[in-house]
Design a binder for this molecule. Structure first.
Ligand code: NAD
Length: 264
């Protein structure tokens, strides 16, 4: 399954800063015509748009103020995208927070936000406005979605949910009717404010203690590396697959064992 990126249109949630902004730039570097940054924060967007204009010239990106927990705001981001660019081919469900202290909001952004994106993208906008033979949805999970991190169990739960959503919506049954490929990405520790400001974003001292004892064992990588690997996977990767990108190394596929193969 291959998507020729040239001339395509992307929509990136949480695209105004952090890894999301790097996805936007890396897509543009690889031939994508324009991107929509669907983000909550207009100040981040101002800087992000200026950086994009400096590197790629004008009319390559727009900002649509979007809270992904509100499906109407999210739909508005799709509407504006097709109004301005006529098409939409790539959705990166990237907006996310790590903060178990406000876990209901964390679930709303990380899980409901991703579901909103899939519902709007796969059942409506990507289906109707893709230009080529297929469109792609990338759902951003985490190594916290496949491993155990005792300091933030609820964040881990939200990222495990993103993988489950990807595997079911990434089933051939849906691809055959929609021609929308759905994949998930599990970045490892990546240097953005989500990590540099991680202290205290948990359920209290016993959770913080684990973090402080283990933080030095985690091997950080740069957001640009994640973006480079993700854009390769947007171009080609099998539907329904899950990919880990950690420690600045090339991506590798995370293969979920089939329950039928378990010892009985
Ligand atoms: N940084 C890491 O180590 C790491 C590792 C694994 C997975 N991830 C995931 O990658 C994604 C991006 O993380 P990051 O490190 O770039 O974070 P970040 O905090 O640097 O950036 C997050 C962006 O999302 C936006 N955002 C927050 N809430 C939003 C909402 N409700 N609606 C729309 N936009 C919203 C913010 O304004 C910001 O621009 C998240 O889903 C995160 O869970 C990050």
């Amino acid at each position: 399954m291959v998507l020729d990126l040239v001339g395509k249109i992307g929509l990136i949630t949480g695209g105004a800063s952090g890894i999301g902004l790097r996805y936007a730039k890396q897509l543009l570097r690889n031939g994508v015509k324009a991107v929509t940054l669907a983000d909550l924060n207009p100040d981040f967007a101002k800087t992000g748009l200026a950086e994009i204009e400096k590197e790629f010239g004008s009319n390559r990106a727009v900002f649509v103020k979007t809270d992904v927990t509100d499906i109407q705001q999210f739909e508005n981001a799709f509407k504006k995208t097709v109004e301005i660019f006529k098409h939409v081919d790539i959705l990166i469900n990237n907006a996310g927070i790590l903060n178990d202290k406000i876990w209901e909001k964390e679930i709303a952004i990380n899980v409901n936000g991703t579901i909103h994106g899939i519902l709007l993208g796969l059942e409506n906008y990507l289906l109707k406005y893709q230009q080529g033979p297929e469109a792609v949805i990338v759902n951003i999970s985490s190594i916290a979605g496949v491993g155990a991190f005792p300091n933030t169990p609820i964040y881990c739960g939200t990222k495990a949910a993103v993988i489950a959503l990807t595997r079911s919506w990434g089933d051939p049954y849906h691809y055959e009717r929609t021609k929308v490929r759905v994949i998930a990405i599990c970045p490892g520790v990546t240097m953005t404010p989500l990590i540099t400001d991680i202290s205290g974003r948990n359920l209290g001292d016993v959770y913080e203690n684990w973090l402080q004892s283990n933080i030095d064992t985690l091997s950080p990588q740069e957001p640009e590396h994640v973006a480079e690997e993700v854009v390769k996977l947007v171009h080609s990767s099998p539907n329904g697959t899950v990919w880990v990108i950690e420690g600045g190394q090339p991506s590798y596929q995370y293969i979920v064992p089939e329950r039928e193969t378990m010892p009985k």
